[in-house]
Design a protein. Structure first.
Length: 237
């Protein structure tokens, strides 16, 4: 079983607040009510909440809907498919796409979203990928685009990844984040997604259902929020 509780085939899961979240219509014994404020409007969102997901990545695609561009990563566990959605301009998607090219797509992975505050008061959020699919520091999939020295210190970007200016202004840094997100879109869709789909045909024709998920969950439009890039994977596990 991929999730911590039994779940139906073809489930859409949104990554938000450091968890995997499934929007539902009726409360259950395990559901949670989350309240969001957006543009002065209160949204009551009823969800099932999951800590992690295990399975093989069988599809990666982009979907541009009413509420901005989204990554949809389909993870299969036996006959069950789980469609994990992340806004293109989010910390969750950037950390995931930074590591995606480095996994073995013939083997399962474990994904664990996180969102916590460091001792220095800095917010850390993203998605950790483990392979083998066991939650252990030794199994963390490293960044495919960063080069480190033997002590683990960052040296430089590789594979033509965009580089931010060290003295970049706030406006320049926002431009860099947009360039980074566009780089991931191009790199993943040209080099990674075709090879996955070729070996794992998945029916991706249910975007109407996904659009309903996005509207209810009030995901911001692309470009309205540009988070800082995740540099430090300093997780407490």
């Amino acid at each position: 079983m991929a999730l911590q509780r039994k779940s139906p085939k073809g489930m859409y899961l949104r990554v938000a607040k450091g968890k995997l979240r499934q929007k539902i219509k009726e409360p259950t014994a395990t559901s949670e009510l989350r309240i969001e404020e957006k543009d002065g409007v209160t949204h009551n969102i009823l969800e099932e909440v999951f800590e992690s997901l295990t399975g093989k990545v069988v599809s990666v695609r982009l979907y541009d809907g009413s509420f901005g561009e989204q990554w949809i990563v389909t993870i299969a566990d036996g006959p069950d498919n789980y469609n994990v959605t992340m806004p293109v301009n989010s910390r969750y998607s950037s950390s995931f796409m930074e590591r995606l090219p480095g996994i073995d797509f013939e083997k399962p992975i474990l994904i664990v979203p996180y969102d916590f505050e460091s001792k220095e008061g800095k917010r850390n959020s993203g998605v950790t990928i483990y392979q083998p699919a066991v939650q252990d520091k030794e199994n963390k999939v490293p960044s495919y685009f960063r080069k480190y020295d033997d002590e683990g210190n960052f040296l430089r970007w590789k594979h033509k990844h965009p580089e931010p200016k060290q003295d970049a202004s706030k406006a320049e840094f926002k431009i860099y984040l947009i360039e980074r997100d566009e780089f991931y879109k191009t790199f993943i869709m040209e080099n990674i997604a075709p090879n996955i789909s070729k070996n794992n045909p998945v029916d991706n024709a249910d975007n109407k259902e996904f659009e309903g998920e996005v509207k209810t969950d009030s995901i911001p439009k692309s470009g309205t929020q540009q988070p800082e890039p995740e540099v430090n994977d300093d997780l407490p596990f």
